[in-house]
Design a binder for this molecule. Structure first.
Ligand code: FE2
Length: 330
């Protein structure tokens, strides 16, 4: 894989809308009041601006995540952990057959810088792509006032058990994190903690539902528990996952409340493979060879378990490991 040396550069500013256009490697990015336009040497593509921005800020915030992030069926990124592919049409049968697909590989840092520069220019005050659509404004229209609050909120790993002295990650009313409107009917009893003498400050328990109910963002884990390569993310999900995720390893989902509908397709061709409706209490393992997108009609709570072991993606890609974790015999 050859890595293209590239840095994002501004190539102009539209006087009517106030938005700038950018070149990054062989790609150019521009936006108008409704759409993002992406072009590359053999083609170009148009994406509705809300979808584009909701995907882009998550892609940066997740550090390009595991495997493939499709902004839509055509455009996206693939994480090689250090380098990142930016692709257009590479995993779309129609584009492949028409010969207009294109892919370039850059350092992860250069892609981060490019996406951050574009997002900052194209997002104005009053619109937060990490919020549920019902809880934020619209990105449609000309450029507005620049946002001053943090635009990007990435994975934060808890330093220690949430709520223990020294932990600053647990969400509380006092920190300004109220219970989300969607969870107003839930009860949030706090656990009783009876600690043996000598273990004070080491044993603790929280109501995890209470913590998740206070998350102000969607499809983005606010706090993650990370123990070596084991990553546990709890998130609140509402509306649709703004990207289609192509797995490069298994990924476990535990549906904690309400329901999420998943569209599951072949990772390479996009051909449909299944529809899964997960309801509270359901557990599933998304295989390593699929792409998937979730739809949450009402805000719901999801726990995602990831295996961050380095090199695991190659063991799945080579076929050494089966794409699913368990085989059930008939
Ligand atoms: Fe996934």
């Amino acid at each position: 894989m050859s890595v293209t040396e590239a840095r994002v550069e501004k190539i102009g500013t539209d006087e009517a809308t106030g938005y700038s256009s950018y070149r990054f490697g062989s790609f150019t990015f521009s936006r108008d009041e409704y759409f993002a336009h992406v072009s590359w040497p053999r083609g170009n593509h148009i994406i509705e601006i809300d979808r584009f921005l909701r995907a882009m800020v998550r892609d940066i915030g997740w550090g390009f995540f595991y495997g493939w992030i499709f902004f839509d069926d055509i455009f996206g990124t693939t994480n090689h952990y250090g380098t990142v592919d930016v692709f257009a049409g590479t995993y779309d049968r129609g584009c492949k057959e028409a010969g207009i697909d294109f892919l370039e590989t850059y350092s992860a840092e250069a892609v981060s810088e490019a996406f951050e520069t574009i997002s900052k220019d194209w997002i104005s005050e009053g619109y937060d792509p990490l919020n549920a659509p019902l809880e934020t404004g619209s990105p449609i229209g000309p450029k507005g006032k620049e946002r001053t609050d943090p635009l990007l909120r990435s994975f934060i790993a808890a330093d220690r058990m949430l709520g223990l002295p020294g932990d600053k990650s647990v969400r509380t009313e006092e920190d300004g994190f109220g219970i989300n409107r969607a969870f107003a009917d839930m009860e949030f009893d706090q656990p009783d903690i009876e600690c043996e003498p000598g273990f004070e400050g080491q044993l603790h328990a929280i109501n995890l539902f209470d913590h998740i109910a206070r998350s102000d963002i969607t499809w983005n884990p606010s706090i993650s528990a990370i123990t070596r390569a084991n990553i546990c993310c709890v998130t609140s999900e509402e509306h649709m996952l703004p990207v289609i995720h192509g797995n490069d390893r298994n990924e476990w989902f535990i549906q904690l409340t309400d329901e999420i509908h998943w569209n599951i397709a072949d990772k390479n061709s996009g051909a449909p493979r299944g529809r899964v409706v997960m309801k509270a209490g359901d557990v599933c393992a998304m295989p390593a060879d699929i792409r998937h997108q979730g739809f949450a009609p009402k805000r719901s709570m999801l726990m995602v378990m990831e295996n961050g072991t380095p090199g695991l993606e190659q063991r799945y890609a080579s076929g050494e490991l089966k794409p699913y974790p368990v085989k059930f015999e008939a």
